[in-house]
Design a binder for this molecule. Structure first.
Ligand code: SF4
Length: 346
């Protein structure tokens, strides 16, 4: 058992406070924070601008621990899916997507998900524990280390395993740390529509971007595939989103998993556009990532149907992105991740 205090998942200020009794000069705390947060150091002996005696002392009292990378699977489009092992043996997944000078890190917030969306593998696996700040930030750190190309722009999205707004107690501190490195303008929290969580996010002084998994334009069908809608009905969710404070230029992203014959009609596109009219928004249309094992009856619509649906939204004046590729599907579908076996590239 390691009784040392882990410095991962802590802000610069917290690291400075923890180190205060161990350093003779205040700026040493800032130097250590810089090494850990800005330079992604994984050991105190790498901190070459610190006296050796201090590095030894830090090593005795503190650790820099992050989830262990158990497996990395690369998809044909260059996305990398990571299986992480946590200290209690639990597994979670994260995805790193690269596109030219842009890298997107998709992080998990829970080891499983109790929300139970009927098209989602994570939901089918069931609930798991909340991830702690160091386990959330640690996924980013570990994936960043595997990024072998220079990128100019980094995005972080909470679209991996779990519902981040059911783990606000740990999400908040994790966001505080991540935003020291990546602007909140480039961090997106995706929710199935957990209302107390949406209010929590709205109440933050500085907040990340918000994405909402919509998936149907009416309460009946939404509740059919997203049981959480019984608890937080669509009408209340839309009311909250209309009041959600948006910084200049920001929009709410609506994710819409398109399921063959269920929610993919032209009428559904029109109804969706009516539903979100008046909200600065963009829509990510995600043709279902099929899984014959978990959802043998759910199919991805044919390409012309997807195009027709997207066109319907565009005709109504919405900005629409269709996410086709497998690597992107894994992240954008908010939880097509399963933690024990890898599906990317299958
Ligand atoms: S889609 Fe997101 S909220 Fe729904 S079950 Fe999957 S991980 Fe949970």
């Amino acid at each position: 058992m390691d009784y040392r205090t882990n410095l991962v998942g802590r802000t610069s200020a917290e690291i400075g406070n923890l180190l205060a009794p161990h350093v003779d000069r205040e700026y040493r705390g800032r130097q250590v924070a810089q090494w850990i947060i800005d330079r992604n150091a994984s050991g105190f002996y790498d901190m070459t601008n610190l006296p050796l005696v201090l590095r030894r002392d830090l090593e005795t009292h503190f650790s820099i621990e992050e989830p262990e990378v158990l497996e990395v699977v690369e998809s044909s489009d260059g996305s990398m899916k990571f299986l992480f092992g946590l200290s209690d043996g639990v597994g979670v997944e994260g995805v790193l997507m690269r596109e030219g000078v842009k890298a997107t890190f998709c992080l998990s917030s829970q080891a499983g998900c109790a929300v139970g969306c009927t098209f989602c593998v994570t939901g089918a696996i069931g609930s798991g524990r909340n991830l702690r700040p160091e386990e959330i930030v640690g996924q980013y750190r570990a994936m960043l280390r595997r990024l072998d190309v220079e990128v100019e722009r980094v995005n972080i999205v909470f679209m991996g395993m779990g519902e981040p707004l059911l783990n606000t107690g740990h999400l908040g501190p994790a966001l505080a740390v991540l935003s020291e490195r990546v602007s909140l303008k480039r961090i997106t929290v995706s929710t199935a529509g957990i209302l107390p969580g949406v209010y929590w996010l709205a109440g933050l002084k500085k907040r990340p971007k918000l994405a909402v998994s919509l998936n149907a334009p009416d309460q009946g069908r939404r509740a059919q595939i997203m049981p959480i809608a019984h608890r937080y009905p669509l009408v209340d969710l839309m009311k909250a989103l209309r009041k959600f404070p948006l910084e200049r230029g920001r929009r709410i992203t609506f994710e819409y998993v398109l399921i063959d014959g269920f929610n993919d009609a032209e009428n559904d596109a029109r109804a969706t556009a009516r539903l979100i009219r008046g909200i600065p928004a963009k829509v990510n249309v995600i043709p279902l990532n099929e899984d014959r094992e978990y959802f043998p009856d759910l199919r991805r619509p044919p390409a012309p149907v997807v195009d027709r649906f997207a066109a319907g939204l565009r005709d109504a004046g919405l900005t629409v992105t269709v996410r086709w590729s497998k690597g992107e599907d894994v992240a954008a579908a908010c939880g097509q991740l399963r933690s024990r076996e890898s599906s990317l590239g299958e």
